[in-house]
Design a protein around this ligand. Structure first.
Ligand code: NAD
Length: 479
């Protein structure tokens, strides 16, 4: 294989290799619908090999100093920065993400840089509260950590899972999404180039079943970090519970509400909320897919919103610098979004956009006057589709906003600080934006979901702890 070729093999124990049974799957470009590559698919056999390699590599990795482990992470950060354009190209080819709005590489490099230094912060506590004792807690890695990631921001999740797990002293097996294996495989090439000891990081491509399921059930995996849909999260949690009760943390789906009160800066609210649901063609977990606007300003807000939403999106080839809106990731996702368009048209009123009518494109789409019990109000569409409903009172809108099983992100637009604080407290969401909405996040703040949007939190100062056990040591003393 030359450097310019796309890597398609599995990376296990420091070696690129095909699956033992030679199985491959086709990766299709969602824009051209041509085959990009045939990817080697991990089955149960490869999962076992990867976990065995990680288990063997773990003790030596754990026993390195934080600085020694950090040196590898620094190298990864630098290599990712050098390869930013190639990462963007590969993601455009496999997931249809426009190169012009590619940010995953920056997030990934920054994340490796942060955790390259953060190993030193792993510390326990001590206590003299029991007479005749010096008691301690220490933080220790789990051993083998499995990471399962989605396709929408894959390189960012690759880094956000692997970097803290490694900084904490664990060895890792990461399974990428079958829809986006290429950037994780380029990541594996950089792991090799950075010189990580064999087995410390293993990267496999494959489907939820068998590979993801085998990881979730594996008896030597002690911790599993997952980002993906709530539906898959439930399956993984069940597999974890019925195997070895491995620790799981989960970043799951969303149905995020944005609330626009009548005193809001409507121009800013419209600009931000349309961007939230348009970026990545609506394929983000925290997209504000439900907007509630207070009646007196509804007409004005809708006019500004629709003007921006309809014209800011430039549909086209994801490899073209002028494109801001790519196709949905594949035929399955496109059909799924279309099925919600039908529900929206049946239950409410389509007032902008609809099916792109060309390949897997869906135009920026607005539905209005949709009843709260419609499926399009309750389920995650994962497309550039927003419902805009009106409300009269604060009490009414809080009840509506909270009336889903999701709770990832919510936002409130108002100039009244008392109302902002009151509503922030009542909204059932892991993050609340005041006069801002997703994708606004802050890497040093905890991110995660209430209800079925997640279990646990991720973030610079929060993720390390996800990959550490706490041990109490009781030392009896003579005085
Ligand atoms: P998905 O749940 O279909 O797949 C995610 C990963 O799980 C893939 O790697 C897939 O192969 C694997 N998987 C599927 N079935 C499995 C099983 N039975 N056992 C183990 N692994 C299995 O999700 P997706 O379509 O890749 O991603 C979109 C979803 O991810 C949306 O719901 C979105 O909201 C969510 N998401 C959440 C966050 C967050 O931070 N909360 C971020 C990004 C995406």
């Amino acid at each position: 294989m030359t450097n310019n070729e796309i890597e398609t093999r599995l990376f296990i124990n420091g070696q690129f290799q095909p699956a033992a049974d030679g199985k491959v799957f086709k990766l299709i470009n969602p824009f051209s619908q041509e085959t990009v590559a045939e990817i080697h698919e991990a089955g149960e056999n490869e999962v076992n090999k990867a976990v065995t390699a990680a288990k063997a590599a773990y003790p030596a990795w754990r026993d390195l100093t934080p600085a020694a482990r950090g040196a590898y992470l620094h190298k990864m950060a630098a290599l990712i920065r050098e390869n930013m354009h190639e990462f963007a190209r590969l993601e455009a080819l496999s997931t249809g993400k426009p190169i012009a709005s590619y940010f995953d590489g920056q997030v990934a490099a920054d994340t490796f840089s942060y955790y390259a230094e953060a190993g030193w912060t792993v510390q326990g506590s001590s206590s003299l509260n029991t007479p005749g004792h010096l008691n301690l807690t220490v933080k220790q890695p789990y051993g083998v950590v499995a990471c399962i990631i989605p396709w929408n921001v894959p390189l960012a999740f690759f880094a956000m899972k692997i970097a803290p797990a490694l900084a904490a002293g664990n060895a890792v097996v990461l399974k990428s999404s079958e829809k986006a294996p290429l950037t994780s495989l380029l990541g594996a090439k950089l792991i090799e180039k950075a010189g990580f000891p064999p087995g410390v990081v293993n990267i496999i491509s494959g489907f939820g079943s068998p590979a993801g399921n085998a990881l979730s059930l594996h008896m030597d995996v002690r911790c599993l970090s997952f980002t993906g849909s709530s539906f898959t999260g439930q399956k993984i949690q069940a597999a974890a519970a019925t195997s070895n009760m491995k620790h799981v943390h989960m970043e799951l789906g969303g149905k995020s509400p944005a609330i626009i009160f009548d005193d809001a800066d409507l121009e800013s609210a419209a600009q931000q909320t349309q961007f939230s649901i348009q970026i990545l063609s609506g394929q983000t977990c925290m997209a504000n897919s439900r907007i509630y606007v207070q009646e007196p300003v509804a007409e004005k807000f809708l006019a500004i919103f629709k003007e921006k939403f309809g014209t800011n999106a430039r549909l086209g080839d994801p490899l073209d610098e002028n494109t801001s809106h790519g196709p949905q990731v594949d035929g399955t996702q496109y059909k799924r979004v279309k099925s919600y368009l039908e529900i929206g048209e049946k239950d409410g009123k389509l007032t902008l956009g609809g099916d792109g009518g060309d390949g897997y494109f869906v135009k920026p789409t607005v539905f209005e006057n949709v009843p709260e019990d419609s499926r399009i109000m309750k389920e995650e569409v994962f497309g550039p589709v927003v419902v805009i409903n009106t409300f009269k009172t604060e009490e009414e809108v809080i009840e509506k906003a909270n009336c889903t099983e999701f709770g990832l992100y919510a936002s409130v637009f108002t100039k009244n600080i008392d109302r902002a604080v009151r509503t922030s407290k009542l909204l059932e969401a892991g993050t609340v934006g005041v006069n801002c909405t997703s994708p606004t996040i802050s890497p040093d703040m905890p991110f995660g979901g209430y209800k079925m949007s997640g279990v646990g939190r991720e973030g610079y100062m929060h993720s390390l702890d996800n990959y550490l056990e706490t041990k109490t040591i009781l030392i009896r003393t003579s005085s």
